[in-house]
Design a protein around this ligand. Structure first.
Ligand code: ADE
Length: 255
């Protein structure tokens, strides 16, 4: 099977915010391994006036500044052309505007984006972005949660990280398969040495060497945690008849 490759172009007026996190750890290794390309473009470089202005006051008045459309369009067109000449995009690049008004980012959205070859991430700033960017440039708008950040840089990094790790080869296949959130449940508790730390001991079953018992305990802990902390996830989780029996026994427990 040919190696899949994903290219990200991040458009921002604060390129240093993107550069650091994408030059560390797993993303860095994936870039070095040729699985990912990450390019950062300073929107300011595409502003035509002497002061490289990227924002202006809103038509109609009111407080705050609005990001101008021209430099954002030019930066995006530059990124698309560069990706094309590098042979790193098809005709279906995703152009994602990070905004609190977007659709909510979830693992399913990450999986959907990980199927792409090319993703452009536009980091909005200030009080907003000219509406023509949404209407005529962005193909998608994403919010990472119901809270307001000072800009789209951290959300872009969140999306980049969550999508990058789903590209085949970026993580070892086993850790992805074992990961519980993709099966719809929360992770079971993990322990490492020492077996007793300040008097707090590791559950006996994990030291037993009984792999079937360990697997059963982990599954039950995942179910228990999900029921207690995120019962909303259970409705969509893939559950076996044994899982359901266990959950029923918990629900019928007093307290
Ligand atoms: N920009 C500011 N806040 C944001 C959020 N929660 N998600 C995406 N982009 C944003």
């Amino acid at each position: 099977m040919p190696v899949r490759h994903l290219r990200f172009d991040v458009l921002t007026i604060f390129p240093a915010m993107i550069a650091g996190p994408t030059q560390e750890s797993i993303v860095k290794r994936a870039v070095e391994a040729g699985l990912l390309t990450v390019r950062v473009h300073n929107i300011r470089d595409f502003a035509s006036d002497k002061h490289h202005t990227t924002d202006d006051t809103p038509y109609g008045g009111g407080a705050g500044m609005v990001m101008k459309p021209e430099p954002v369009f030019l930066a995006a067109e530059h990124a698309l052309a560069e990706a094309k000449s590098a042979g790193e995009c098809g005709d279906d690049s995703a152009i994602v505007l990070l905004t609190p008004q977007g659709r909510l980012f979830t693992q399913d959205v990450a999986a959907e984006l990980a199927e792409r070859r090319h993703i452009v991430l536009i980091c909005g700033r200030y009080e907003g972005v000219d509406e023509r960017v949404r209407e005529h440039l962005a193909t998608d708008e994403i919010s990472i949660g119901d809270y307001v950040l000072t800009g789209g840089e951290l959300p872009a990094l969140v999306v980049l990280d969550a999508v990058a790790r789903l590209v085949p080869g970026v993580l070892d296949a086993e850790s992805l398969a074992e990961e519980s959130i993709s099966s719809g449940l929360l992770e079971y508790p993990q322990y490492t040495r020492p077996a007793s730390f300040r008097g707090w001991t590791v559950p006996d079953v994990l030291l037993s060497g009984n792999h079937a018992a360990i697997a059963r305990w982990r599954r039950q802990q995942s179910l228990l945690r999900t029921l207690r902390r995120r019962p909303d996830l259970l409705a969509r989780a893939e559950l076996t008849p044994e899982d359901r029996k266990f959950l029923d026994s918990l629900r019928s427990e007093p307290g």
